[in-house]
Design a protein around this ligand. Structure first.
Ligand SMILES: O=P(O)(O)OC[C@@H](O)[C@@H](O)c1c[nH]c2ccccc12
Length: 264
């Protein structure tokens, strides 16, 4: 059993427990349910932003504790001030030490930037929940979903105004998962089954992603030169977690990174 299999098993239990506690009706009564979400595409294309999707991640199965000392409000506000095109907040508790409340806290601290609910979505309930806690974007991971699920989940997300980031790791996943309700495709440089990382994954898949999708490169990005190369290969966005979070002040780390990126 890979770590990804374990996460999905645990998610099934979590989703059933969630459904038993909070009905769809209850979720739809959330104050966030009526807000108009921000569009990921729009923010990625805004030249005043950096293309960076900065992530708030305390812990991961591959790295253990990365940083559990910082405040989600302070870090996400600093990410936003440095020109993040979106902010990713891990909401998985068991493997990433996140909470849905972290997303809501980030929402209340930042009204003007899209927020990605970073979790393992396997059920429509989690999409409704994402909107109810204040998210603008959901992640759909091709490795754990069938093409039928991707179709249904992206249509549901679109119908409630949420953007979708569709994550793929290889050509087979890409080719079976592309869907017209998806605007943005992320290539994960980390193999979620065995944790190996290589930015080459992004360069290799870039040419296979049709030009009507925006492209994001995700994971293991730790210097500004890589971003320049990814931009040349046609990438519009860059999902960065650990490189900022492992610093004592992740917001400052992003500010310095962006200064270097703009200076170069
Ligand atoms: O911390 P990194 O190497 O910069 O990676 C960030 C992000 O891409 C990574 O956290 C991630 C990508 N896809 C995921 C799916 C689930 C959980 C986490 C992830």
């Amino acid at each position: 059993m890979t770590i990804l299999d374990k996460i999905v098993e645990q998610k099934k239990t979590e989703v059933e427990a969630g459904k038993a506690r909070f009905s769809y009706t209850f979720l739809e009564e959330s104050e966030y349910f009526t807000r108009q979400p921000h569009s990921l595409k729009e923010f990625l294309l805004n030249p005043e932003r950096t293309g960076i999707i900065a992530e708030f991640k305390r812990k991961s199965p591959s790295k253990g504790i990365i940083n559990d000392q910082v405040s989600v409000e302070e870090v996400t506000k600093a990410y936003n001030a440095s020109g993040a095109s979106a902010i990713s907040v891990l909401t998985d508790r068991n493997f990433f030490m996140g909470r849905k409340l972290d997303l809501t806290r980030a929402r209340n601290a930042n009204t003007d930037v899209p927020l990605l609910r970073k979790d393992f979505i396997i059920d429509e309930y989690q999409i409704i929940e994402a909107k109810a806690v204040g998210a603008d974007i959901i992640l759909l991971i091709a490795a754990i979903l069938t093409p039928e699920q991707i179709k249904a989940f992206s249509a549901l997300a679109k119908s409630i105004g949420l953007s979708v980031l569709l994550e793929v790791h290889n050509l087979e996943e890409l080719q079976r998962s592309m869907d017209p309700n998806v605007e943005v495709i992320g290539v994960n440089n980390r193999n979620l089954a065995d944790f190996t990382v290589s930015v080459e994954t992004s360069f290799a898949l870039a040419e296979h992603i049709p030009s009507d999708f925006l492209k994001i490169s995700e994971s293991a990005i730790s210097n500004t030169n890589v971003i320049k190369k990814l931009r040349s290969a046609g990438f519009n966005g860059f999902l960065i977690g650990e490189n900022f979070m492992r610093q004592e002040d992740p917001g400052k780390a992003m500010a310095e990174f962006v200064a270097e990126l703009r200076g170069n």
